[in-house]
Design a protein around this ligand. Sequence first.
Ligand SMILES: Cc1cc2nc3c(=O)[nH]c(=O)nc-3n(C[C@H](O)[C@H](O)[C@H](O)COP(=O)(O)O)c2cc1C
Length: 355
Amino acid sequence: MAEILSVADYERLAEERLEPGPWAYLAGGSGDEWTLRENRAAFERWAFRPRVLCDVSEISTATTVLGTRIELPVVVAPLAYQQLYHPDGESATARGAAAAGTAMVVSTFSTRTHEEITAAAPGVTQWCQLYVFRDRGVTREHLAGAAAAGCSAVVLTVDTPRLAQRERDLRVGFEVPSDLPLPYARAAIGDAPQNPADQFALLDPSVSWHDLEWIASEGRLPVVLKGIVTAEDAELALAHGAAAIVVSNHGGRQLDGVPATLDSLPEVVETVAGRVEVYLDGGVRRGSDIAKTLALGARAVLAGRAPIFGLAAAGEEGVRHVLELLREELTLALCLLGCTSPEELTRAHVQRSAS
Ligand SMILES: Cc1cc2nc3c(=O)[nH]c(=O)nc-3n(C[C@H](O)[C@H](O)[C@H](O)COP(=O)(O)O)c2cc1C
């Protein structure tokens, strides 16, 4: 096997190793996959403005998110059904994240409980990703369980009142195996083998801004809103007490036709004006992508598919290596930009590319 040098190498390995169904579910987007492609293309529309003679002999990629130190400004994004990608599922992802010194967001459709993840990766920072089921009892139990298990934030995903049409999944007939453990969703789903769209139809599309209060009080945890792409919703998020915002279009898997997240980021950053932390996800595959995102005002990125390509290819070690590759690439980018830490990146370090 040729040497693995980049996230793209892990992507190829993951595609080779996975069955067509899990691969379609992991790689695909919604509709014509325009937003999926845009998330990547947007990084190429920005170029760097490096500064020189800055003494870059010592560089740190460490930062904090909601007050927690992480060794690189990359948090592992919530991604459903991880046992599809490795027998140890989220436990392996958590060990890889812990080895790289960062935090992990655990999906409502996780195949492991927060306790199992803690046992596998003691000390790893876990945030609980929340979808609200029509059966609010299931959601209340999920929140209470997450708080009791030591999660330090709730990440409420707000872009999924229903699941978008994902044609790749339909073409290969992808179904979630009925024996997949789904500790936070099984009570709502039951035992029938189902496709993701059936499972997501159990989520409550009536959720609105008024629900943020009980979600915050039930879990007694800071609530991060994931899936904000406009200034208007960023303002409402602040008015309703959000602790942070993730500019996200669900990795191009929900409303096809929304802009790349990198193109949505500036209006959200401008509206928020430093009042809460802003993160971004979608298409992050290189350390240089992270540098551009931070230069445009995000505090950190979330990485979804990238670490899971590593999980599928090489388990815990693959996740750790993907995060390490991103850290090394970011270190190089910071050095050549004349920055010694993520905090030193500014809007002046990037410009719209001419092409
Ligand atoms: C296979 C897959 C499953 C996902 N499952 C969830 C989920 O359960 N909850 C959630 O909030 N987001 C979910 N997402 C969206 C990710 O959290 C994230 O927003 C997206 O993957 C970021 O784009 P990237 O994969 O290009 O990094 C999922 C994404 C993928 C690819």
